[in-house]
Design a protein around this ligand. Structure first.
Ligand code: MRU
Length: 333
């Protein structure tokens, strides 16, 4: 991804391996500071996933793949490392997909680091394909809405929902992106707007509660990412996605979820079985460490919601745009 830093432009991935360490852009510091975390123990990678130094389903998967590579290089207990990494966050399927992939590679005698690098490179290739397929959905002179961050930060590079937006812009299409702030962690405001600004793509941050207002005024397409997609096309994504999908249906706006095959969980038949992460109350009651809610007030903080497949116009995948009833075509890829 292109990053503008004090007048210079650098290219970086969200997660990579260098000099014996797993490197990752510390997403907690953005947009105010650009910091890179350097981790040389698999336990530290697990903690970085848990505390959201790295976040976004495909990036979490890549970080876990590198964590497994570190564990193998440390001669640590591989099964223990797999359990530790899998226990960090419950919702994003990519985490489990990546760890299982690495377990198979390591057990079959593959080089752990080459396998992790190949896993990360493969995610980026798949995101590029998602971008190519999805760009066709975006007309010239259109208004696009997205939620949370499903950009390069969330997907090693390029992005899932942001890939079609980047690609459409590269094709010379004029577009404007509504970015909902994404309370409580503000991934839209802090991360997506940072990425779009780096790319010079016109956009505005809006409060989550303003989405319906702007959709009614004229949004042409909604594209979001996904954290886990069930066989029937129900999918989990950042809290606040479901209401956008319902509104899109009401207003006749096409609603797409963009994701690589690593996000699909064919072991579950519907969204009912997707575990929803519940995070600390303080994420809701506090802003930047300062309590806003009255003392003693309880907060509920589900990090994801499930959108039923009936609201999905299509899934933008690396093999093309698939309707909810066509997802079987991805099985085994
Ligand atoms: O809790 P996060 O920040 O890891 O959640 C990420 C998301 O839910 C994003 O919406 C994203 O679309 C899915 S990953 C590309």
């Amino acid at each position: 991804m292109r990053i503008r830093l004090n007048g210079t432009v650098i290219e970086r991935r969200a997660v990579w391996f260098e000099s014996g360490k797993v490197m990752m852009i510390d997403q907690r510091a953005l947009p105010h500071r650009f910091e890179v975390a350097e981790l040389d123990r698999h336990e530290d990678v697990a903690e970085a996933i848990r505390n959201m130094t790295v976040r976004g389903a495909p990036s979490i998967g890549a970080a876990a793949a590198y964590g497994m590579a570190l564990a193998a290089m440390e001669n640590a207990d591989i099964e223990g490392a797999a359990g530790l990494l899998k226990g960090t966050r419950p919702t994003a399927n990519d985490l489990f997909h990546a760890v299982d992939h690495m377990l198979r590679c390591i057990r079959s005698g593959g080089d752990p680091l080459s396998s992790a690098d190949a896993y990360a490179n493969d995610i980026v290739d798949r995101c590029l394909s998602i971008g190519k397929h999805g760009a066709d959905l975006i007309r010239d002179d259109s208004k696009v809405m997205t939620h949370c961050n499903a950009g390069a930060l969330a997907a090693v590079d390029v992005g899932t929902a942001l890939a079609p937006i980047r690609m459409a812009r590269e094709m010379g299409k004029d577009l404007f992106v509504y970015v909902s702030e994404t309370r409580p962690r503000l991934q839209g405001m802090r991360l997506t707007s940072w990425e779009l600004r780096n790319e010079g793509i016109r956009h505005a941050v809006i409060a989550d509660g303003a989405s319906g207002h702007f959709m009614r005024k004229g949004v042409d397409i909604v594209i979001v990412g996904a954290d886990r997609i069930a066989s029937n096309g129900d999918f989990a994504n950042k809290i606040g996605t479901y209401e956008k999908a319902v509104l899109a249906r009401e207003l006749g706006i096409p609603f797409y979820a963009a994701a690589p095959v690593s996000t699909f969980d064919f072991s579950i038949s519907s969204g009912e079985s997707i575990p929803i992460e519940s995070r600390e109350e303080s994420e809701v009651t506090e802003i930047e460490g300062r309590r806003i809610a009255p003392e003693g007030v309880k907060a509920l903080n589900p990090s994801f919601d499930v959108t039923p497949s009936k609201y999905v116009t299509g899934f933008v995948t690396e093999i093309g745009i698939l309707g909810p009833s066509e997802l079987e075509r991805l099985r085994g890829r």
